[in-house]
Design a protein around this ligand. Sequence first.
Ligand code: BES
Ligand code: ZN
Ligand code: ZN
Length: 512
Amino acid sequence: MTIETHVIDPLKTKADILAIGLFAVEDRKKIVLTGCAKAADRMLDGALLTILKDEHFVGKLGEAAVTQPHGRLAFKRIVVIGLGPKNKYNANVVREVSAAIIKRAKQLKAKSVTLAPLPIFAGNMAGRRAIGEAIAEGAELASYQFTHYFGLKRQKEKEETVVQQLLLANATKSEAAALAVGVIDGQRTANGVMLARHQINTPAADMTPQHLVEAAQKIVAENKRMKLEVFDEQEMARRGMGAILAVAKGSVVAPAFIHLTYKPATSGRKARKVFVVGKGITFDSGGLSLKPTKHMDGMHGDMAGAAVVLGVFSALEALQPKVEVHGLIAAAENMPSGSAVKVHDIVRALNGTTIEIMNTDAEGRLVLADALSFAVKQKADMIVDIATLTGSVIEALGPDIAGVFSNDAKLVQALKEAAEVSGERLWEMPLVAEYDQFIKGRFADIKNAGTGIGAGSITGALFLQHFVDSIPWAHLDIAGPFWQSREMNSYSPIGATGYGVRLVLQWIKGLR
Ligand code: BES
Ligand code: ZN
Ligand code: ZN
């Protein structure tokens, strides 16, 4: 979608749709039109206000009323959209409003939209920039559709509902300039989210560890300050990454260990090393501890953490982070076969810890064990891992919220603040030290699953903690929000959400 910002009266533009935002009112009789809405209403002899009253429009967030200007303005339709209550107005609201407009435009098969200026918040220019970013994110993400595997006919049908142009009309040059800067940031972030969505939605046959390697190569080729290292099976064996190799050995598809590095331009002091680590299970059948059919659905998306790492890296360089950012992806397929790892096998992870395999379906923590150990060996200053790790976190927090576990209060605080801005929901879960006894090994140091004691997302996190030493670390369990079977908002369609890309980018932006 092209998003342009112009210094122009919105009523003087030409588009399929003119969209105007209105704050909520307590009583529909209290609706007062101001600015662009008022001017439009005047040109329509009061028809705009009439339809709002007739339709009992009260300006709830995302509520829409549609009217036709019948040739008096150069639009096919005017869409008035609710901004919700004035005291709750922020960037998350703007993202939702922008997405709701595009959704409505798609339904109306509109190709072009003019958006009248939205109210600003948080200071003039910074506020404009934030609005531009939120508008672009909402509009782009609401346009996303996974149509890659549609046949010609369905592909064509979908093309009819693509909004091609969004025009942001503005009063002054400086407003337009600030908005435009925000728009570029927002589009870049949205592209990262959509890259992740695409990879997660892609079936396992077409999204193997090798495909993740190729995606990483492409990103590195497009960014000057990045480099890439990939370990194959032999290299992993040579280094002693016994845990990921155990997971991979049941599959005919080869595993890969991917290490992306972004280095900031040299500043005075040495930049801190931040590691973002993603679980990259390209299909989780459960292995010999085979999942029942119902639970296997969606397991092509068990590489969502890896997709977040790639989405983040695709948008990273333009942000000019001050820190050195490393992206690690532990990619493998978890399959049952004659060569698969067995229950009661004992494996040795990269940091020397031995692991008793109680359940081959607890494979995410195994591949992460090696990746986290690797980050420690690389002298990480901070580690954040992202993984579709446990079904238990869905039991605890449901489909919309990720759990965060951490050994560092400041890190959690920073992640929570980033999530607040990005509009992705995050809830801190406890690393209950006493529960570590539930994963103490009988014949090895630890075991990969606690048996029948509940708290599965906590024991999963405690397992990972064995591989981070005392480095500040946070683990995001995104098993709930990586996928949606309903629309949780206007910019997250059914299927992969790309949860985590915006959050991690926002977090990195704040690091010094
Ligand atoms: N990939 C799954 C977790 C999952 C479940 C992600 C549902 C997304 C949606 C993970 O590998 C798994 O199977 N975890 C087990 C661990 C158990 C065997 C200790 C779980 O949570 O049931
Ligand atoms: Zn599993
Ligand atoms: Zn898994």
